[in-house]
Design a protein around this ligand. Structure first.
Ligand SMILES: [Mg+2]
Length: 188
């Protein structure tokens, strides 16, 4: 893994028109286990879109760790919950099938990727939800947070990477650059 490769991957992942407002999540939590179900209900949220890798599973993982399992089940019972992942669709579908207890729905993105606003508009239309009633939960600033903020989601929650040690080196490097960028812009 070269620095040039990771820098290229990083800059390639930069969404257009980055501003502090777009990169700043509405809420930060350590993990999904810290999401307050009652708070989301009080705020009128109806739908939750979860990133998958390192938000609810390890990188390309097959199961949900026990540390977040109980809360994820609770959220699935209380809200309409979708997985919105840039990963290979077959991998995501297989994960959902293997874990029926979570009532997770697969969100097909029509070949689109996060953080494009068109992707978020597409999934909103498919789910029939209003952006203001939707929560996005993810671990990455430039994909999950920026995309959902630009698309007017009602609540955008940033988690810490769930099991960062499972990520390939290239992604660790990109994440490091991302973190540096966020610090540089003093996004807190
Ligand atoms: Mg992720």
């Amino acid at each position: 893994m070269s620095f040039v490769r990771s820098a290229r991957a990083f800059f390639g992942s930069l969404p257009k028109n980055l501003s502090k407002k777009v990169l700043k999540p509405d809420m930060r939590v350590n993990s999904v286990a810290d999401i307050d179900v009652k708070y989301l209900k009080r705020k009128g949220m109806t739908h939750i879109f979860f990133d998958m890798d390192n938000t609810i599973t390890s990188f390309h993982g097959a199961k949900v760790p026990q540390s977040i399992s109980k809360r994820l089940k609770e959220l699935c019972r209380m809200f309409k919950v979708y997985i919105m992942s840039n990963s290979d669709s077959e991998h995501v579908k297989a994960f959902i099938k293997r874990n029926p207890a979570y009532l997770l729905n697969y969100m097909e993105m029509g070949g689109r990727k996060k953080p494009a606003v068109s992707t978020f508009e597409y999934v909103l239309k498919k789910s029939g939800a209003l952006a203001k009633n939707c929560v996005m939960v993810g671990d990455r600033y430039f994909t999950d947070i920026a995309g959902a903020k630009k698309s007017g989601f009602g609540l955008v929650i940033k988690t810490m990477p769930l099991l960062q040690e499972t990520e390939p080196l290239i992604l660790k490097a990109v994440r490091g650059l991302e973190r540096g960028y966020v610090r540089l812009r003093r996004i807190r």
